[in-house]
Design a protein around this ligand. Structure first.
Ligand code: ARG
Length: 448
């Protein structure tokens, strides 16, 4: 049987990437806000198992369950009326015992699932809250805002291997309970615990691009999910859509942006209804939901000698297909400064080079994008980076040779030329058998 090399490549990539993330996130704190409506989903116990897996590999986990659906249910069953103002529940005194009951009930259900997986968890009164008070003439009564977390206690619990569970109740200094928002609570807890990640595990697929203006350069998946936003892109997203109706998705981006500002490196919005979403989000480079992040994640940088094996790895399939000419280690060594690399969390996804000739003309060469990451516009980023580099170096004539990828380069602003445009040494080396097309970059046309 033939070995299916592309599937092997994919599996090996998955394993390597997972290892690198395990190494990276070990000892970090993740705060996970679980949408309450997920509790009744048949796969919810599997999600909890995956959370336990994270804990087993040395990630410190805190869970904040959402209780909205359960509160609605219990209030309705007991005929307690309430109203909401701009999506916030006004909690009357008679509702408060039921709100507490619902909040502890969802926490307890999660605790029970954790017990099934042999995982130690605790529910406690670690959250200090104050009353929300009167806003624009509306008295929110027993609805409160999380003010402070008893960080030291939680840190001790985390260090001793417990999963603390935060019901959406906070207490005043005098012990009066308030009904608080679990999303805000998750944010406050993550900031106080200096968590590196905050998750919103929801019952939808991530931040949807539907009905929003999306800032330039943001990758949206074929399912129309915003894949990721840097903090400045999230800010641009919020500003661009400021005048639209404030949907749940908008509020999530807004909260995630605040979280980045508060020093939480990455905020993830993922779908809890499908199996394995959490693991895929954490242990792959591209994830499956929406990530809003404030730390470096993807970047283009000049190559160094230590990168040569990885560059050869990324180029290899293209050399095999005869799209790239073969390069040896020594070829790369002598020109390593010409190469630029595109990487995501330290994994190389693409490379490309700019070789400058004595007549001040320059060549783009060795452009390769790992096929597993081919659909994210990375090739364009590398080539644009190299064109910028050429412009900064004052290159007057930029060309490249290609046999099969001409159309792609034409879209990027190259036009067809011929061998006569090549610098002398390139003309001499031109391989008539290979018969590559010569493409030339038109700086003038591309500037307009
Ligand atoms: N696995 C990485 C992390 O957890 C990157 C995830 C990227 N996710 C995304 N939706 N773009 O930090």
């Amino acid at each position: 049987m033939d070995l299916d090399l592309s599937s092997l490549h994919e599996q090996v990539d998955t394993i390597r990437t997972a290892f690198s993330y395990i190494d990276r996130f070990k000892g970090h704190t993740f705060v996970i806000r679980l949408e309450g409506a997920l509790l009744d989903h048949p796969l919810f116990p599997i999600l909890v198992k995956d959370i336990v897996l994270l804990k087993k590999m040395g990630i410190r986990i805190a869970i904040v369950p959402g209780a909205r659906a359960r509160i609605d249910e219990i209030l309705a069953a007991n005929n307690i009326a309430y109203r909401t103002v701009e999506g916030v529940r006004v909690t009357p005194a008679e509702a408060m015992p039921f709100v507490e009951m619902a909040a502890f009930d969802v926490s307890n259900r999660i605790m029970t699932l954790l017990a099934e997986d042999n995982c130690d968890a605790l529910i406690g009164n670690w959250v200090k809250a104050r009353r929300l008070g009167v806003i624009d003439g509306v008295d929110f009564l027993h609805t409160g805002a999380a003010e402070k977390i008893k960080t030291e206690i939680i840190e001790n619990l985390l260090a001793s291997g417990f999963i603390p569970i935060f019901p959406n109740i906070g207490w005043s200094g005098a012990g009066k309970p308030y009904n608080i928002s679990s999303s805000e609570l998750a944010f406050t807890a993550a900031a106080a615990l200096r968590a590196s990640k905050l998750f919103f595990i929801t019952d939808f697929g991530g931040v949807s691009a539907d009905g929003f203006s999306i800032p330039q350069g943001v990758y949206v998946t074929p399912e129309n999910i915003v894949s990721q936003l840097t903090a400045p892109q999230a800010k641009a997203f919020l500003e661009l859509n400021r005048d639209r109706e404030k949907t749940h998705h908008y509020e999530l981006v807004s909260l995630a942006y605040r979280a980045c500002e508060a020093g939480i490196e990455r905020v993830h919005v993922i779908d809890g209804r499908e199996e394995g979403m959490l693991l895929k989000e954490i242990f792959s480079n591209r994830g499956l939901g929406t990530m809003i992040y404030g730390d470096p994640h993807e970047n283009i940088r000049p190559a160094a000698h230590a990168d040569i094996p990885e560059i050869l790895r990324v180029m290899r399939p293209f050399v095999k297909e005869n799209v790239l000419i073969p390069r040896k280690r020594e070829d790369l060594e002598s020109k390593i400064g010409d190469y630029a690399l595109y990487e995501v969390d330290g994994t190389l996804h693409a490379c490309g080079a700019l070789h400058v000739y004595p007549d001040k003309s320059a060549e783009i060469a060795g452009v390769a994008v790992d096929k597993l990451y081919a659909s994210y516009g990375i090739g364009r980023k590398i080539v644009t980076f190299l064109i910028d580099r050429a412009t900064k170096l004052g290159v007057k004539k930029l060309f490249l040779l290609t046999t099969r990828t001409a159309d792609w380069f034409l879209e990027l602003g190259f036009t067809e030329g011929d061998v006569s445009v090549l610098p002398l040494e390139k003309k001499v080396a031109y391989n008539k058998v290979r018969n590559s097309l010569v493409l030339v970059y038109d700086f003038l046309k591309s500037n307009t």
